[in-house]
Design a protein around this ligand. Structure first.
Ligand code: MN
Length: 740
């Protein structure tokens, strides 16, 4: 019926032009002679190339590249080249135009960026995933031209804004990818506004109920918040203008995503979050007075409100490595409420919202910025090609979102490292050779081991020895991607050398037994020991892990050896490939339904999130344990959905049968007489729930209890939690992901 609906082509044409003009207006700021023609040319080509395509929403496809270009110009502040590339970003992937065509029309630079924006397609081995390879490609281009990532982020932002028309499983996949890589990247590049919007949109699609609940509660509390904010601001405003400081003061609400995060990690309810907003003071001042004026504002604010001594953050003297500069403090406001106050200049504010692009605008050519420093480091990591894209990605990701510490060399040079970084990370940050030869360090003149976790302000002197070589266990305590990749490379080299020795030893042994040293015979032996490669065989021979006496059990015929017992001819264990499993599941029905119909397919409820009937879930195909069912909001879901989308199958509860599921509940409150008794009574008597374990901790009048109970479904669990909340003394009841 929908398809029959007549499309008003005239109206569409008008709308396309309207959007195009809006794009041009957004470009005005940076436009130079000849730019307009270039943008027009890109627009015309994209319009023609996509002319028969429509988006899932039914709209003409060209809306998408126009909107992406618009985001680039308006929200990221990029220039003409990026706008041209954004207009053309899907042309090579989706239409007949080739990269060579683009090169002929727009030159090398544009073609290169478009190439970076075009997804890799094709087949990869199972150990990797196409998504991971694509992520890796994106990161590789970051080192070459950061604009590729910025346009990619604009592309992703527009796709997230228009995710409504996608199917549920596609929504989950795209949202997970976004949370896994794109929002951390936006954060790392200092694009705060985009990062926040991406995260909020992710929550909207992964956990719609929670999202809507928070939105509603925020709206309901708004009038009261506004009143509070203006009461807070008023006295400060007066003094600021008296002192001749030009300032804008606003109340900034926290993002929905961050509110949800807080509720989850701290186990608190919405009403218990005190910092739903922050006050931001933005001053307009000259470059040379930035720092002193910010501190003047600080002094004025704290004249009125008492600051919390341990909540002062000075990111003006030492900016974050994504370029963020600001002065943060938390003060006691009216009505006894703690309020966070952020003080910054107009320049700092623009940098915080628009990130990299604004950074160029204000760039001080004499100082190498933190951000350039970061990109230089990425380039170095990427220079070491690693075989496994997923492993690489995990290492890399560790550093995207990490909070930072500052440590100093003996000469006072500052190094920025992620939280949790050890003395060994520090050594690798100085130089690869220093890291490889590191045997310990002196932190603030005291001797510490390699694994010592650094704190902000530590002064570190690295101790080295020419005899030292990288060790396997180093990998367990370094946290920077740089140190990890350097250690892995060194270990690989080391292994190669040892294997070389092993190869010679084996050759001598073969000669001794008069066995031909052929590839075939070597493989026969590797197969016998169930080793993946001859390299591994050589290595084990060298380290004495393999007993060559076994060679006597082989007999020789025409220069070819076989094992006497013939046991090695036994069929190798075969594990079904993922495709086979997927197709065997999908073949039966497109929807994997959990419940009585599914008994034949082996599935397990994943212990990491303990799904119960009624939870929003998906199935994940594991290598040895069949299909595992995870909750959509499982702590591991983002990683699984974004990297292994091809192993994810739909799953839905249909069972009406009363099956019991294990769920974890956490209770906190005030320790009152008879409380434990009241709680257990509810669980065992009133609802007929079986309890598997329960433990209570009390501490100075407060208590925290955790219990694992068997329930039928989410309604049952909610009902139980509601009753528990009513017990005298209980303050909060939350569901836990897993037993530990
Ligand atoms: Mn696109």
């Amino acid at each position: 019926m929908q398809k029959q609906q007549e499309i008003d082509l005239e109206a569409e044409k008008k709308e396309i032009l309207k959007r195009y003009r809006a794009l041009l207006r957004a470009c005005k700021r940076s436009i130079q002679k000849g730019d307009k023609e270039l943008i027009r040319k890109a627009f015309d080509i994209a319009l023609e190339a996509h002319k028969d395509m429509r988006r899932k929403t039914g709209e003409p496809y060209i809306y998408h590249p126009i909107e992406v270009a618009h985001i680039c110009a308006e929200e990221i502040g990029l220039g003409t080249t990026s706008v041209v590339c954004a207009l053309l970003h899907d042309v090579v992937e989706d239409t007949d135009l080739t990269l060579d065509d683009i090169k002929g029309l727009f030159g090398e630079k544009v073609a290169k960026i478009i190439d970076g924006l075009t997804k890799i397609s094709g087949v990869f081995d199972q150990s990797s995933s196409i998504q991971a390879e694509n992520f890796r490609k994106i990161l590789l281009t970051l080192a070459e031209d950061v604009r590729v990532i910025l346009i990619k982020l604009a592309d992703r932002l527009h796709n997230m804004r228009t995710l409504d028309s996608m199917k549920r499983d596609k929504q989950l996949k795209i949202a997970s990818e976004t949370l896994y890589l794109y929002s951390p990247l936006a954060h790392r590049l200092g694009l705060n506004a985009i990062k926040t919007e991406l995260e909020d949109l992710c929550l909207k699609y992964t956990e719609p109920e929670i999202f809507n609940e928070i939105v509603q509660k925020l709206e309901a509390g708004e009038p009261e918040r506004k009143k509070f904010i203006s009461k807070f601001i008023e006295p400060i405003k007066e003094i600021l203008s008296e002192q001749g400081l030009k300032a804008k003061i606003i109340g900034r609400p926290k993002s929905i995503y961050s509110i949800n995060n807080k509720m989850k990690t701290k186990g608190v309810t919405f009403d218990e979050i005190f910092d739903l907003f922050a006050i931001r003071v933005i001053i307009d001042t000259s470059p040379e007075k930035e720092k002193s004026d910010c501190w003047r504002v600080y002094s004025i604010v704290t004249d009125f409100y008492q600051p919390s001594p341990d909540r002062l953050r000075d990111w003006i003297s030492t900016p974050k490595s994504n370029g963020y500069e600001s002065l943060h403090t938390t003060v006691m406001g009216p009505e006894g409420k703690w309020v966070e106050v952020q003080i910054r200049t107009v320049r700092m504010d623009e940098l915080a919202e628009k990130g990299y692009a604004a950074h160029w605008k204000y760039k001080d050519s004499t100082s190498e910025s933190q951000l350039d420093d970061w990109i230089r480091k990425i380039r170095e990591i990427l220079d070491n090609p690693q075989e496994n894209a997923l492993e690489f990605l995990d290492d890399f990701k560790l550093n995207l979102f990490a909070e930072e510490i500052f440590a100093f060399t003996p000469k006072g040079e500052m190094k920025t490292l992620p939280i949790g970084a050890t003395a060994l990370d520090f050594a690798f940050d100085i130089h690869t050779k220093v890291g490889e030869k590191c045997i310990g360090a002196k932190v603030n003149h005291k001797l510490v081991p390699l694994s010592y976790k650094l704190k902000s302000g530590d002064q570190v002197e690295v101790l080295t020895s020419s005899k030292q070589t990288p060790k396997e266990d180093w990998l367990s305590y370094v946290v920077t991607a740089r140190a990890k990749s350097k250690i892995k490379n060194a270990l690989k080299e080391e292994r190669k050398k040892i294997a070389e020795d092993g190869r010679e030893m084996l050759e001598r042994k073969f000669n001794h037994l008069k066995i031909d040293f052929t590839v075939q015979n070597i493989n026969e032996l590797a197969n016998f020991f169930k080793l993946p490669s001859s390299q591994e065989l050589f290595y084990r021979v060298s380290v004495g892990n393999i007993n060559l006496k076994h060679l006597k059990d082989f007999h020789q015929e025409h220069g070819k050896i076989t094992h006497k017992s013939g046991s090695l001819n036994k069929k190798k264990e075969t594990t079904k490939s993922f495709e086979q499993m997927v197709s065997s599941v999908r073949g039966k029905s497109d929807l994997l339904v959990i419940g009585e119909n599914l008994k034949k397919i082996d599935y397990k409820l994943s212990p990491c999130c303990n799904p119960i009937s009624g939870d929003d879930v998906f199935g994940f195909i594991t290598i040895n344990e069949g299909i595992k069912i995870h909750r959509v909001n499982c702590p591991n879901a983002v990683q699984l959905l974004s990297n292994y989308a091809y192993r994810v199958v739909k799953a839905k509860w249909t069972s009406q049968e009363l099956i019991s599921f294990l769920a974890g509940i956490k209770i906190t409150g005030i320790d009152e007489v008879g409380l434990v008794n009241n709680i257990t009574k509810i669980i065992s008597n009133e609802l007929n729930v079986n309890m598997r374990s329960i433990s209570f901790d009390t501490n100075d009048g407060t208590f925290e209890g955790t219990m694992m109970v068997f329930v039928h479904d989410t309604d049952h669990l909610t009902e139980l939690m509601k009753k528990l909340k009513k017990v005298n003394g209980v303050l909060a009841v939350t569901r836990m992901d897993s037993a530990n």
